[in-house]
Design a protein around this ligand. Sequence first.
Ligand SMILES: *Cc1c(COP(=O)(O)O)cnc(C)c1O
Length: 349
Amino acid sequence: MQPEPAPSAALRLGIDREALADNWRLMDRLSGSQAKAGAAVKADAYGLGARVAVSVLAQAGCKDFFVAHWGEVSDLLDLVPPASISVLHGPLNAADVAYARATGVRAVINSPHQARLWRDGGGGLCDVMVDTGMSRLGLGLEALGDEAVRALDIDVLLSHLACADEDSPHNARQLALWQQARARLPHRRASLANSAGIVLGGAYLGDLTRPGLALYGGVPREELAGQIRQVARPQAAIIQIRQLNEGDTVGYNATFTAPRAMRVGVIALGYADGYLRCWSDKGAMLAGDRVLPVLGRVSMDMSAIDLAAAPEIAEGDWVEAQYSLPQAAAASGLSQYELLTLLGRRFDR
Ligand SMILES: *Cc1c(COP(=O)(O)O)cnc(C)c1O
């Protein structure tokens, strides 16, 4: 049988693998000589594609990978040793414990209940999260005396900073509580810092850091400006070119009116792809270093752009969204995290 011809994708998410590896090496270097950098690869590596990210990061030397859900594990099992994968949400029930033991991935234990599930399922080496001031996942310090918790064989003792991207007194408070937890629960390695926490340096670094955002091109603190390379490059094909007359309007609700005759491109990128309506009359595509502003409302599957700066562009050509994360966050009001994780499934990754 002849294979069916493949249809073309009109959206692709360029992933700069060199930049991803460089960003990890920078985070690893900034983690100092005592600490090693791991990587948060949850949520499909912040939407970029966990398989590609984990392959690149493992090649660069990363040995610890953090996902949130158990369902995120199977995609990675043929890429890295199972014991290098840690599941942040911890076991919800006995089936999760059985899955962890069968595959060899590490469960993060977050509560006395999870500690008992883990023990009752056979136990073994695990990670433990302590809550030091985020009131999200993790054992409170009062739970460290729990007998099921005390019986755990702990590899990484984790906590997570709520305000590492700010100069907040919260950081030192969390550091002190994490150090108390370290003194009370035997463990092999200790880990506190996310991307922003790595910049805090010193005692925040522990034995293992867990950058996510900075690996993927985000700049969580000013100190890193100019050092992090852009990784994700959303690109769209021009599916139609049209000539507007002065006075013609563009898109839903006719928010843009052509002030003169204009050459306009329609791209296959819309809010269903995560290019949200906040970019209406505000975002831009790039053709090399030339800027092609978005005209009118972003639709579900399309947007219109001004081609004045790139007269050579033809139907079927590609443009790239202006998507340097710190600038895009400032322009859109979205967080750098959201800008990455909302990129949709129609992108060819
Ligand atoms: C997401 C996450 C990280 C990574 O945080 P960034 O701010 O993206 O560097 C680290 N640790 C935990 C527990 C996380 O949930």
